[in-house]
Design a protein around this ligand. Structure first.
Ligand code: HEM
Length: 562
């Protein structure tokens, strides 16, 4: 067909379509008038909202246009399908100007992606939505109104026994100080760390692993190949990496916070928790119970174990080990008359934050090292060796954490850069200027860390080509050279920032470094097969992304001769 005959065909079709519409409009005049009226209203609304209003209010951030003026705006689905891809696209569409606004399922969000504006938000806005988020979560987990009132509205006495509360805060706010007391450098953190060291020391031996991993190990024969390990005819074990790290770290966290008591009540507590954790995005979306039965069943089981835990006399439990925080928070709850069922519901949340991110950090760091930077393994082995004695026992924690293990620290930072997928949220309690734009009271500010982490300007140009384009998506720990000790930075915030910044960042780093160093000193490790792990960016999380559903890789672990 020639071009002119094609054009004639299109014109013909158009004429036919117009004629058909005119015919229908004569058959159904009311329907036609309604359709015209609605379309005109929609066009006027869109013109007003996304063209005229911005011209009349140049100081307010631009809003991402939509054709659907309701809660069900198309942005909602795109946002929840893959928030990083959606926000990256939106940033581009809006011309890269921060902050910009977007309406998602009826909620008005201001999005911040630039490091400079992020710092401004952390400094200027003191009304934080984390409490609101927590209250929403607690309601979903069925904590009673009585408990919520007691926790958020009853001020604890300034002169109460136990951990001092000089400002007379309510428990809902005081709990942050208690987390800090447990998790910031000091005696409580050291005790927690010592438990972790003991835990890994006990289980990072082949025979112990063979027992611990028996339910899920894929092989525990002498299958190592001399070509890859240099250790012919040695026994080894093959485990699914994600499962292995998840089980090991969840059990380590349980041990650190609750001692032996929980495992005595339910030896499979960690495994049940992992079923819950993998589906915990349903909690964050507040799924109705009927659509999330498996998650609820696992959560109920963990909760019931906590009820039984609280019925054991406290002294008896304390004799089995556990963290300062666990007993201290129980005492505060009891002083407010909170019932055991609600204490159990609260403890499910504690168990959750203690383990959900560290287990992911563990498998991501091993995966990235083995899959993307195998050359670094030997360098890390060598730099961490002075912390161990000749039997592979970790004897010098001060050395491990003293800034000498640069490759390992850089790998930690880069792992979190690539795997973090949560956001800080703030509610505006008054009109506030950020990045020169006026943000309106009642709106929510959202700082998606992942966009900051993939901001090229923030992560230096380290590639030899002089162009760090695709490099920003690669695992390149050396981009953090000289910045190994950072706990946050303008473009690196896996732990959030401001008042709600994660207090667990010290223990998470220490625990992961201990684990990786001990694994590498004691074993040859290699990935078997060609499986891959990719972050699942479609599901909301409280920190690090999980791998995409169903993905797993096999890790072969073979003891080294020290
Ligand atoms: C790699 C490991 C971890 C990551 C990436 C991580 C990430 C986060 C993030 C993003 C937040 C919210 C911050 C905000 O809204 O600004 C948070 C909060 C929190 N995290 Fe972590 N976390 C990790 C490990 C831990 C551990 C091991 C613990 C406890 C043992 C912990 C305890 C907490 C607590 C208690 C909060 C609430 C803070 C508050 O309300 O003030 N986290 N974490």
């Amino acid at each position: 067909m020639t071009l002119s005959s094609g054009t004639r065909a299109v014109e013909g079709n158009l004429n036919l379509a117009i004629q058909a519409i005119l015919l229908r409009s004569q058959e159904h005049p009311t329907l036609f008038r309604t359709a015209v009226l609605l379309s005109t209203a929609l066009i006027i609304w869109r013109l007003w909202k996304f063209t005229l209003y911005p011209i009349l209010h140049p100081t307010e951030p631009k809003e991402l246009p939509s054709w659907i003026p309701s809660k069900f705006s198309s942005h909602g689905f795109a946002f929840f399908h893959n928030s990083q891809a959606f926000l990256a696209k939106a940033t581009k569409a809006i011309g890269g100007k921060d902050p910009f606004a977007v309406t998602v399922f009826g909620s008005h969000f201001y999005i911040i992606t630039q490091p400079k504006q992020t710092i401004e938000v952390y400094k200027n806005v003191d009304s934080l939505s984390f409490e609101e988020f927590l209250i929403g979560l607690m309601k979903y987990l069925n904590l009673t109104d009585h408990t919520l009132q007691a926790v958020f509205e009853t001020r604890l006495p300034r002169d109460k026994p136990g951990f001092p509360n000089p400002d007379g805060k309510a428990l809902g706010h005081f709990v942050r100080d208690m987390h800090h007391r447990q998790l910031y450098p000091g005696a409580n953190l050291d005790t927690l760390e010592a438990v972790m060291v003991q835990w890994f020391d006990r289980y990072l031996h082949l025979d112990a692993l063979q027992t611990l991993c028996a339910p899920y190990s894929t092989s525990s024969s002498s299958s190592s190949s001399p070509a890859t390990t240099g250790e012919a005819n040695k026994a080894s074990i093959e485990v699914p990496l994600v499962k292995w790290c998840s089980e090991l770290f969840t059990r380590a966290g349980e041990q650190g916070y609750f001692g032996d008591s929980l495992a005595a009540l339910d030896p499979d507590m960690a495994t049940t928790f992992l079923v819950y954790d993998e589906l915990s995005w349903q909690v964050l979306y507040q799924y109705p119970r009927v659509f999330s039965r498996q998650m609820h069943a696992a959560m109920d089981r963990v909760q019931q174990t906590f009820v039984r835990y609280f019925r054991i006399p406290q002294a008896e439990r304390e004799a089995q080990g556990g963290a300062w925080f666990t007993t201290a928070i129980e005492n505060e709850c009891r002083s407010l008359g909170i019932e055991e069922q609600d204490m159990a519901r609260f403890m499910v949340m504690v168990y959750w934050v203690v383990s959900t991110n560290t287990r992911k950090a563990a498998y991501w760091i091993l995966y990235y090292l083995l899959h993307d930077k195998p050359d670094l393994i030997e360098a890390i082995r060598q730099e961490t060796a002075p912390a161990f004695d000749k039997d592979g026992k970790l004897v010098d924690l001060a050395y491990l954490h003293g800034g000498q293990c640069r490759n390992l620290e850089q790998a930690w930072l880069e792992t979190l850069r690539l795997s973090a997928n949560s956001a800080s949220a703030r509610v505006l309690t008054r009109d506030t200027v950020v990045g020169g734009k006026l943000l309106r009271r009642g709106g929510r500010i959202l700082i998606p860390y992942r966009l900051l982490h993939f901001n090229k300007a923030g992560h230096g140009n380290t590639s030899s080509s002089g162009d760090d384009g695709p490099d920003i998506n690669s695992f390149r720990p050396e981009r953090f050279a000289g910045r190994e000790s950072i706990t946050r930075g303008p473009s690196w915030r896996p732990f959030g920032g401001g008042k709600t910044m994660c207090p667990g960042h010290f223990v998470a780093k220490r625990e992961t470094m201990i684990f990786v160093a001990m694994v590498l000193q004691r074993f040859h490790v290699e990935l078997v097969g060609d499986g891959v792990l990719q972050p699942d960016l479609g599901k909301p999380v409280l920190g690090l992304a999980d791998r995409k559903s169903g993905q797993e890789v096999t890790l072969r672990i073979t003891p080294r001769t020290m």
